[in-house]
Ligand binder design. Structure first.
Ligand code: CP3
Length: 349
């Protein structure tokens, strides 16, 4: 584990709101289907097979560092991996996304979730972290570990897959609060331990993805979710690595998300960066927030919008450039690389 002493990397410095030579940039989902080099590996292994083979997971993690020139690597894994040792029957079905054949929608279901032994059940993830660190250390590029936040993970456990209105999840929350709290308790304990083990294995920062938390009203976030997010975030922050707390559709939740924790708060594109940062407070770093679809636009517009995000920072330390959500499949790789160059060049002036 590394302490929060003066780091050299741009990314780690920006997390601590220290001055940087140029704005650090990385992309959520920077390893993935838009990269031909990733698709070549996916032709041979399924998503779960990649995550179970540390050398392959390490190779895929390093691809965007080599191809794009980003300032941080994010471990190749998935927020749903901890569901398998919890006893959920998870599969990634092509064209459909994740499918869980035994979702939890009752007290009995929640009681049946297994006790996870993170070290042995998810050991392949930690081995991948150790392999990646060996490759990246000489290059001065830090590695970000990650997990889902309790609400977003619970939404998959209860819905059994992706959802638009989160009917089963919210119904459980409202109609069976005892079961909801029991479920959230089990999930958050596992997530906290999972993240801490990633840090022990060598992750130099972690991101907690609450991708779907924007489905909740601010009151319900505070009542049903914030205590669990707080517990997970506090556990990792105690390990002295920066934690990025990210969600989408969160314009009305930002204050409560900051109260839950995070060294850095991630913003999506639905709120201008300056307004989002004001809501969070300038004593916390921010990450974001270009609309991922802009990567499909003409270069002149793309450049204009990248500069717009950078201008809204108003020269404050503590900004990490990223998209407002993950890179989409079919994104042109050249455009992504161009954004890395634009961010570095414009901010270094
Ligand atoms: O490069 C990286 O960012 C690291 C790898 C990473 C993956 N998933 C690999 C993956 C990360 C950080 C994730 C996080 C993740 N997984 C989230 C949170 C981020 C977000 O986008 O909101 C969520 C909600 C998931 C769950 C998940 N995994 C879904 C809904 C899907 C199917 C939809 C899709 O995007 O394909 C996945 C599959 C998945 N996880 C892929 C990758 C590269 C694509 C599948 C493939 O290669 O076949």
């Amino acid at each position: 584990m590394e302490a929060l002493l003066e780091p050299r990397s741009r990314f780690l410095r920006a997390c601590q709101r220290l001055p940087v030579d140029a704005t650090p940039v990385w992309f959520m989902r920077q390893a993935g289907r838009y990269l031909p080099e990733y698709r070549a590996i996916r032709a041979r292994y399924s998503l779960l097979e990649i995550t179970r083979r540390p050398e392959v997971a390490a190779e895929v993690t390093l691809q965007p560092v080599d191809i794009l020139g980003v300032d941080a690597a994010i471990l190749f894994a998935d927020i749903l991996l901890p569901l398998i040792p919890l006893g959920l029957d998870l599969e990634f079905v092509s064209g459909e996304g994740p499918v869980i054949r035994n979702p939890v929608r009752s007290a009995e279901g929640a009681a049946r979730l297994r006790e996870v032994d993170v070290q042995s059940d998810l050991g392949h993830v930690f081995e991948a972290i150790r392999l990646v660190r060996r490759e990246l250390d000489g290059r001065g590029i830090p590695l970000i570990g990650f997990a889902g936040a309790p609400f977003t993970v619970a939404s998959y456990v209860v819905e059994g897959g992706p959802s638009k209105d989160f009917l089963h999840t919210k119904r459980l929350m409202y109609a069976s609060p005892g079961t909801w709290h029991h479920l959230m308790e089990k999930i958050s304990n596992t997530l906290a331990e999972y993240l801490l083990s990633q840090v022990k294995a060598g992750a130099q920062a972690v991101q907690v993805f609450d991708s779907w938390v924007g489905a909740l009203s601010p009151g319900d976030y505070v009542r049903y979710v914030q205590p669990y997010s707080r517990r997970v975030l506090a556990a990792v922050q105690a390990a002295s690595v920066p934690v990025i707390h990210f969600g989408t559709g969160t314009a009305t939740l930002l204050r409560s998300m900051k109260e839950a924790g995070g060294t850095v708060i991630g913003l999506d594109w639905r709120i201008p960066l300056d307004a989002g940062w004001r809501a969070i407070g300038h004593d916390t770093a921010v990450q974001g927030n270009l609309d991922p679809v802009l990567l499909f636009s003409p270069m002149a517009l793309l450049r204009e919008r990248v500069i717009e995000v950078l201008s809204l920072v108003e020269g404050r330390p503590g900004h990490i450039f990223n998209l407002g959500h993950g890179i989409l499949p079919h994104t042109p790789v050249g455009q992504v690389r161009a954004v890395v160059e634009m961010v570095h060049e414009w901010s270094a002036q």
